[in-house]
Each structure stands twice: as C-alpha cells, then as structure tokens.
Design a protein around this ligand. Structure first.
Ligand code: HEC
Ligand code: HEC
Length: 401
C-alpha cells in the first residue's frame, strides 16, 4: 500500500515539474518536497482526509477555444480596455483588479459613472446609476469553476455568477457589457450593446490585427470571438499553489499544526458539506438567509428562491467584504452568522426558518479561530498581476480609476 502511494506521489511530482516549468517559485517548493519529504510524510498527508484535494496544475479549455498566446494577449487588452463599455469609462479590470485580489474591495460594485479604485471608488456628482446588484466575485481560478472533488470539470458548462445563471467564461464575459449599471450605461440599448462594441473594435486597426492573429479567419471580430479571447486571458489568472495545495501534494510542513487541526474541524464542523472539492465550493445553490444590503432592494437570488451559489474560499484574505451582499467585512463575522443560522434562526426576514438549507444544521462558531487559521492556508498571492500600460483604443487601461 505504501509503495503504491509513494509511486503515485512520484508520478504526481513529475507531472507537477513538467507543468510548472515556467514558475520558479513552484519549482523551488517542489525541490524542497523532493529532498525533505520522507515516505511517511507522504502517506500521512494523503491519509488526512480523502475529501481534501489540491487544485490541478494545468487548466483545461473548451474544445472549441484552445489556449493560444495570441488569444491570451488579445483577451488581456480587452479585459483592460474601457472601449467595451457604453460610455468608454469602465473596464472589466475596474471591478476585478489585481491589487484587490481581482475583486474590488467594495460591498457592492460601482460601475457606470464611477471614479476611483477600491474603497475610494464613488459615483460622480448628479448620479442616477444604482450600485451593481452584488459583491464582485474574484476572477482568480474561475478557470476551475464547477470542479468536482475528483478534479473533473467541463469548462464549456462551468457555472458562473452567484446564481449560476450563465455557463462558461466565454458566455459570462459578454454579460457585464450588456448590464446597465455595470458597463453599458444609459445611452445604448442592451440589445445593441454588443453590436456597437464589435463595430467600435473593427475601426481600431490594432484590434483588427490582434483578432486576425488570434483567430486567423476573415472578419474575426465577432461577439463570440470577443468572449473567447477574454475567457482565454482569464484562464491564465490562476493561484493554485497555496500552502494547502502544497500540503496536499505531499509537503508535510507547508501548513502549521494549527492549520492542520483547523482543516479537520472545517470537515467535522460541517463547512465541507458545501465548501467541498479543490475550489472549496460544490458550485450548488443553497438558502442561507444572508442579510440584504440596505443600499438596494432585497436580492432574491436564483429564481427568486433566496438561494445563492457556494463561493470559493480561496484567497479570502484578498477578497473582503463577503457574501453576495458584501454585508460582512470579516471572516470572523461570517462564522458568527453561521452560528445563528446553524441554530435555525434565519437572518433575512424574507426567508422562513424552515427554508434554511439542511446542511446548515448544528453548525456553530465554537472552533472559529482554528477554522480561520485553516482558511488562511488557502491564500496564494502568487498570480499574474500585470496590467497593460496602454490599450489599443488609446483610453486609460481600467477606465476611470
Ligand atoms: C462594475 C463592476 C464589474 C465590472 C465592470 C465587471 N464585473 Fe465581473 N463581476 C462583478 C460582480 C458584482 C460579479 C458578481 C455578480 C453576480 O454574481 O451576480 C461579477 C462576476 C464575474 C464573474 C463570475 C465569477 C464566478 O465565480 O462566477 C466573472 C468571470 C467576471 N465577473 C468577469 C468579468 C469580465 C470578463 C468583465 C468585463 C467584460 C467584468 N467581469 C466586468 C462586477 C463587475
Ligand atoms: C449549506 C451550505 C454551506 C455550509 C454548510 C457552509 N457554507 Fe459558507 N457559504 C455558502 C454559500 C451558499 C455562501 C454564499 C451565500 C451568499 O452570499 O448569500 C457561503 C459563503 C461563505 C463565505 C463568504 C465567501 C465570500 O467570498 O464571500 C465564507 C467565508 C464561508 N461561507 C465560510 C464557511 C464556513 C467557515 C463554514 C463552516 C463553519 C461554512 N461556510 C458552511 C454555503 C455554505
């Protein structure tokens, strides 16, 4: 048995080295593992709990949109170019900024008619645009959305948004452009926005060149290819080497003893019932009764049921505030919330106690500190943070920051 596990560990290590040849930090970690981890260490880690698995080392793209350097380069320009917004004032990167964990540090995002980055972002004078309906989700590791505990996932049907309303990064990326308060504004109708953007791009020679290089067809600038290029870029924003991932892959010293204990409590206390698999999400909808944000009317979630998708718990240190309404500023406050709903006390007047998800039953905050220690092992700040210094439209990368 030990021999088989050791063999498996070695095979995993070889795959790991091959895939990570571009990342010097990772190679350094692997080298340490290879020289210091003894067979007992490997066996102990693998035996902790089969439910805990690391993120894959490589990303899978849909069959009709393979990763290429040209598409990734184009997608990065598009992600940062406010030319995709109705009034040329906001880009994807405005609300998904690398200095803020590819989120925006706000409870509810400010899109159209906003200025500034992060907590200093505000609406300009005379504003009539509402806040964006929800807290900005990070795009880090969204390449893995939908991943199951055994590591399988289908990027062509990957669930997106807090209510799983869109499938795949390709289709998701077109939605914010069409949404009035996010990127569209009030001057172009939702049904015309994508056509207007495509028309704008065809008039910018550098985009014509970049799209031609990326797709190698005549008339490459289409809505579909716009979504494909952005998705290809997003699949490069990965953070899959947290202390937790290193520990699961066999480096017994990557997590502290307190974190290892917290991991076990995370499981026995019931968090893992929903926060499962390598993304710490089952990607399913659950009724939790998270309080609404008073800046907006009530948010009834998926299909008006007050159900929301389990978010990933990776990189929490970078993505506060928390929940779809951004109502909690600390993980501490989130776990105190679980203590109340675990005792069958709904925290939202629109959700009756008997509608609370059965998986919440009995959850309490007794082991809060140990669980927080474990959650800290899920942070990995080693992701691509680069922003283009200029974008083909000549507008400011990231818009009105
Ligand atoms: C004004 C802020 C804002 C802008 C601009 C914006 N987003 Fe978002 N993004 C959000 C918010 C808020 C959510 C969560 C919305 C929800 O779940 O209903 C989100 C969700 C996402 C998700 C889903 C993540 C997941 O795990 O389900 C992806 C991917 C994403 N955005 C990418 C983009 C791309 C690509 C663009 C540009 C085309 C963009 N965003 C523009 C605020 C913004
Ligand atoms: C019944 C399924 C379920 C269980 C059990 C559960 N969660 Fe959650 N968790 C969710 C869902 C769904 C959300 C998003 C809710 C929303 O925004 O309305 C969430 C959100 C969170 C968030 C906020 C993440 C973010 O980025 O905003 C944290 C932190 C969290 N959970 C930690 C925990 C911990 C720790 C436990 C165990 C004490 C736990 N959860 C148990 C389903 C669950």
């Amino acid at each position: 048995m030990k021999k088989i596990k050791l063999l498996f560990g070695l095979v995993a290590l070889v795959i790991f080295l091959v895939h990570c040849s571009k990342n010097t930090d990772v190679i350094a970690n692997v080298a340490t593992t290879a020289t210091t981890t003894n067979p007992t260490g490997l066996t102990t880690n693998a035996g902790v709990n089969a439910a805990f698995t690391a993120l894959p080392l490589a990303v899978t793209a849909p069959a009709d949109n393979p990763q290429t350097a040209q598409k990734i380069a184009l997608g990065k320009m598009l992600f940062w170019d406010p030319v995709l917004s109705g009034d040329n004032d906001i880009a994807c990167g405005t609300c998904h900024h690398p200095s803020l964990g590819y989120s925006d540090a706000l409870d509810l995002s400010i899109g159209v008619n906003g200025q500034g980055l992060g907590v200093t972002r505000h609406f300009l004078a005379g504003n009539t645009i509402p806040f964006v309906k929800r807290n900005s989700l990070s795009i880090i590791n969204t390449a893995f959305n939908g991943i199951a505990a055994n590591g399988t996932y289908n990027p062509a049907t990957a669930p997106m948004f807090y209510d799983n309303r869109t499938q795949s990064l390709e289709l998701q990326s077109l939605e914010p452009m069409k949404t009035m308060e996010e990127m569209r504004g009030t001057h172009i109708a939702s049904t015309n926005l994508l056509d207007s953007v495509v028309l704008r791009l065809t008039k910018i020679p550098q985009y014509v060149q970049l799209f031609t290089d990326a797709f190698q067809v005549s008339n490459p600038i289409t809505t579909q290819n716009l979504g494909r290029a952005i998705a290809s870029y997003e699949r490069t924003i990965i953070a899959n080497n947290s202390p937790y991932d290193q520990y699961i892959r066999g480096n017994a010293t990557a997590m502290t003893a307190a974190q290892v204990q917290g991991m076990s409590l995370f499981s026995s206390d019931g968090c893992i019932r929903c926060h499962s698999g390598p993304m710490f999400s089952d990607f399913a909808l659950h009724v939790l009764s998270v309080p609404d944000n008073t800046k907006l009317p009530t948010d009834a979630g998926a299909g008006g049921t007050y159900a929301f998708r389990t978010p990933s718990l990776r990189n929490l240190s970078l993505t506060a505030p928390y929940m779809h309404s951004g109502i909690f500023t600390t993980v501490d406050a989130v776990i105190d919330f679980y203590d109340r709903v675990g005792g069958n006390r709904s925290q939202n007047p629109n959700v009756a106690n008997n509608r609370l998800d059965a998986n919440l039953r009995g959850i309490n905050n007794n082991n809060k500190n140990a669980i927080i220690q474990f959650l800290n092992a899920l942070n990995d700040g080693n992701f691509d943070r680069t922003i283009p210094t200029a974008v083909p439209s000549g507008l400011h990368p990231g818009g009105n920051l």
